[in-house]
Design a protein around this ligand. Sequence first.
Ligand code: ACO
Length: 365
Amino acid sequence: MNDTEPGYSPGLKGVVAGQTSLASIDGDRGELRYRGYPIGELVERGSYASVAELLWTGEWAPDATLACAAPPPEVIEVLRRLPPSANAMDALRTAASAYGAVSGTSWPPTVEQARAITAFAPSALAAFSRLRDGQEPIDPDPSLGLAAGFLYQLSGELPDDASARALDAYFIVGAEHGFNASTFTARVIISTRSDIASAVAGAIGALKGPRHGGAPSEVVDQIHQIGSVDRAEEWIRGALARGERLMGFGHRVYRAYDPRAAALRSVAESLSSVAEWLGKAVAVEEIALRLLAEWKPDYPIKTNVEYYAAAVLQGVGLAPSLFPATFALARHAGWTAHCLEEADADMLIRPDVRYVGPAERHLPD
Ligand code: ACO
């Protein structure tokens, strides 16, 4: 097999597999824009609802609102039957699938379907979290935005303003990011003229892996294992020597610092509950970046979004077991916006594959 042959790129690295008007990413300069607007401006002046509308419709609607929606009772029944030990991503994927079966979403996807499944998902995840703790789900409060409403349905208490704003900012930052693995999965599914709930369920499955959305809880483990900052250098050198990957570092697209990590770091600084952890994380990051630069001098590996996502998610009081699924909630706006775009393109995604198995042969007589 010749990996350098034209038309073949392992992992589709560098392959342009479609076109989008949703997010533009400059990996060398560390820039991310949604429909032209820099991510920093959207975090400062937007809300998740306005950003989601921007992605779905192309219009900037600063006063847009989006509250959590109550899951259909059948979905709650399905969640009730999952073992309390179930992975939260498995529960959310199951909920998306059950939602599709109950609501009967069909091709083509619509903005209304996109809004509905995005509003449904936080309630479903909160319901699962409560059920596994032996508590009953809480009805959504229609006066709260999606992030605040999710926190409310988790705990039954109204979140303070700082937590609600921090999680809303996290949702904005996580909303969309081009042809990442989960979004590409969603687009492949829609390209077959399947429905939006199937696309979202498939995307959640793709996001579950630690090389994509599973990293922030591993960042927490990593900082925990490192223990104190004075042990960080030895720990990181050991991990790299064993061929392990540092969680929260590296990205397929960014060779510069991930702008989402920068935005979330300032959001995390507004959360007093996580100040001590954040101080340690910042010190460990500095050491890790120095050692990664020594380790791979020709392949810049910088901090990615997951590193500071870990700080924000802890700061708003979420359990690490909910981190990847909370990322999935944020990504619903992007996934569903890509579904709309893919349906407009209406072209089956079906690449070729290089066959590397045995040449023609015959069964023994
Ligand atoms: N720590 C140590 N080494 C790394 C890291 C890392 N975090 N990231 C990449 N490398 C090394 C690899 O070991 C590899 O070395 P090798 O050539 O000697 O085998 C080299 O860099 C290239 O690795 P690839 O996987 O080919 O590079 P890619 O840029 O595609 O990797 C990825 C991107 C998968 C995210 C990787 O950086 C990684 O595994 N990071 C850790 C997990 C993580 O933080 N995931 C969250 C990503 S952000 C998101 O999905 C929202």
